[in-house]
Write a protein that binds this ligand. Structure first.
Ligand code: HEC
Length: 221
């Protein structure tokens, strides 16, 4: 029936365009729906959490992990409540991912703790003997890029009107205030950690990547 189409490059190209445009619309339109507005009580990420998210992207955790719990019993039993689009309203970009070599992480903050992550990121097999996840020892010495995370927060605040510094929002403030807040947050995390070098670095005002990474993972709820 469509032989003539396959033999006519012009109309075939038009056909392909229409199909792709339709598929694109199906993906884009729901974002304008009420359901994709921020869920009640959603707060933008703190600067330290954003720095952790940037490490998550830099180190390609998304290659093995999704952040999207689908509406299947097997998933909600294991990971928790199904993910709502409004929960990602302040995520730029969102990190849904499409590959699950490891488990979904969208609510990992509900069932894993700082000390668990510390052991796991240093040597995954120390807590999950059969784990094939790579170790991320470099995060314990690399210093997190807080400045870029702050710049990012300032930008999304301006461009997308993300509710930083608004009543019930996350406090952003000036760069000096943000630096202080990130360090305070980091100190709370290192209180539950045992690695001496990491603790010393934070006590001296520097935040290793692992601390930002854990801040982010703990915030995934
Ligand atoms: C090569 C694939 C791979 C990469 C890359 C990877 N992981 Fe994993 N991850 C796994 C596998 C497999 C598991 C399950 C076994 C385990 O717990 O170690 C896992 C488990 C986890 C868990 C425990 C989840 C749970 O519910 O128990 C966390 C947290 C985690 N990964 C975080 C990360 C972070 C953060 C990164 C990036 C820095 C990362 N992973 C990169 C494969 C990967």
């Amino acid at each position: 029936m469509f032989h003539w189409l396959e033999k006519n490059p012009f109309f075939f190209a038009v056909g392909v365009f229409i199909v792709i445009a339709f598929a694109g619309l199906i993906e884009i339109l729901p974002n304008f729906a009420e359901a994709s507005r921020p869920v009640v009580g959603l707060k933008p990420r703190t600067v330290l959490e954003l720095a952790g998210k940037n490490i998550y992207m830099k180190d390609q955790c998304i290659a093995c992990h999704s952040q999207l719990i689908r509406p299947f019993k097997s998933e909600t039993d294991r990971y928790g409540q199904v993910s709502l689009s409004g929960e990602y309203a302040y995520d730029r970009p969102f990190l849904w991912g499409s590959k699950r070599t490891g488990p979904d992480l969208h609510r990992v903050g509900n069932y894993r703790t700082t000390d668990w992550h510390e052991n796991h990121m240093w040597d995954p097999t120390s807590v999950v003997p059969q784990s094939i996840m790579p170790a991320y020892k470099h995060m314990f010495t690399n210093i997190a890029d807080i400045e870029t995370a702050y710049a990012e927060a300032v930008t999304v605040k301006k461009v997308f009107n993300t509710p930083y510094d608004q009543p019930n929002g996350t406090k952003l403030g000036t760069w000096e205030e943000a630096q202080k807040a990130a360090l305070e947050e980091a100190k709370k995390i290192t209180a539950d950690m045992k690695n001496k070098d990491v603790k010393d670095a934070v006590a001296n005002g520097q935040i290793p990547e692992i601390v930002a990474m854990i801040a982010y993972l703990n915030a995934l709820k």
